[in-house]
Design a protein around this ligand. Structure first.
Ligand code: TXA
Ligand code: MG
Length: 332
């Protein structure tokens, strides 16, 4: 069974309105979308992903007014963030309206809402609203099997999910994702804004979950915060550029290494590739690094690389999000 690839947002909206699932292009990663008002379709999202049902989903909307369909209240700080960043790679966690399904919230009293910066996605959500007589909304986790690397192209979605989707499902192809790592998640239910997952949006004055006692210590469940996530089959190690240069002459030793092991390198463009290693990505800055990261991890598995060595970018606004994702990929 293969997964149909569409380029027409209206055709994708018709699939959603009929209860099907659609691979959703966004600026961060591709999602697996279902009509947020159709519980049967939402249940299928969990089945196709192989995701535990108590892990909450993000509601994606195309219109700021639609927040009121899901959230019981919007604090001023959240309102300000949304006004500044939407459409964009920002998810805001708010107190939910009582009627919002436990399937979406994982039984919590909060709901996560985001407006993606993708013309195709916004068009599709708006058209879904027209077809169903609502302000359209879709739930969409990243379109990968649970724990695997998130997809940043329609081809990744097809490769990862086509054995699990049905004949009526499809993916809406709007090209490669511009940002490449998942949205910043901000909990706006407390007195201070708290970052639950770092992404491209920086939150001025926001408490970072890590600093506030570790992301996992926070009360809302964030599966992306499981220690091991976004993992390729290959083992991933974080090294400095100096480690690479010195090891280029001698043998690179890692625990459990076999003599014939293949090495892959993800590193800034100015780091030279040791002889015999496969260069997986050579980004020129942190933005390009984030955009290339997941495709590079996939390429490692496709090439049968045993160990991916990652040299982090030296600086830049994407550094926190990149470090977070590489560390999780490095945890087995
Ligand atoms: O960039 C993104 O956010 C992508 C694209 C497709 O929009 N979506 C995405 O979804 O990354 P997913 O399901 O892979 O990750 C969503 C994260 C999960 O870690 C989930 O626990 C968290 O959002 N989340 C959802 N609802 C929440 C809530 N009410 N409170 C706290 N975290 C929540
Ligand atoms: Mg995910």
């Amino acid at each position: 069974m293969t997964l149909r690839v569409l380029r027409e947002p209206n055709a994708a909206a018709a699939i959603l309105a009929a209860g099907g699932l659609v691979g959703l292009p966004t600026e961060t990663v591709y999602g697996l979308a279902a009509d947020a008002r159709n519980k049967t379709a939402i249940a299928r999202v969990f089945a196709v992903k192989g995701r535990p049902v108590d892990h909450p989903l993000i509601v994606h909307i195309a219109d700021r007014a639609a927040v009121a369909d899901w959230a019981a209240e919007v604090p001023a700080a959240a309102e300000e963030l949304m006004a500044m960043q939407w459409p964009g790679p920002l998810t805001v966690v708010l107190r939910k309206r009582t009627e919002v399904s436990d399937l979406i919230t994982g039984g919590q009293s909060t709901v996560a809402v985001r407006m993606p910066d993708s013309a195709a996605a916004l068009h599709m959500i708006t058209e879904l609203g027209r077809l169903t007589g609502t302000r359209g909304a879709v739930v969409a986790p990243s379109a990968n099997r649970f724990g695997a690397v998130s997809p940043t192209s329609a081809a990744h979605v097809v490769a990862g999910l086509e054995s699990f989707t049905g004949p009526d499902d499809a993916v809406l192809d709007a090209g490669a994702c511009r940002v490449g790592v998942e949205s910043t998640i901000v909990d706006a239910t407390g007195a201070d804004l708290r970052v639950l997952r770092p992404g491209a949006v920086q939150v001025p004055g926001g408490l970072n979950g890590e600093k506030a006692g570790g992301v996992e210590a926070l009360s809302p469940r964030v599966p992306g915060s499981l220690a091991s996530h976004y993992s390729p089959k290959a083992r991933v190690l974080i090294c400095s550029a100096e480690d690479i240069q010195t090891s280029a002459e001698s043998r690179f030793d890692v625990p459990g290494q076999e003599p014939m092991d293949r090495f892959g390198l993800i590193a800034p463009a100015d780091v030279t590739t040791p002889v015999g290693w496969l260069r997986l990505a050579a980004p020129h800055d942190d933005t390009e690094y984030a955009r290339m990261l997941y495709a590079a991890l996939r390429a490692a598995d496709e090439a049968g690389v045993d160990t991916v060595i990652a040299v982090l970018p030296a600086e830049g606004p994407m550094l926190t999000a990149i470090t977070d994702r590489v560390q999780r990929a490095a945890t087995k």
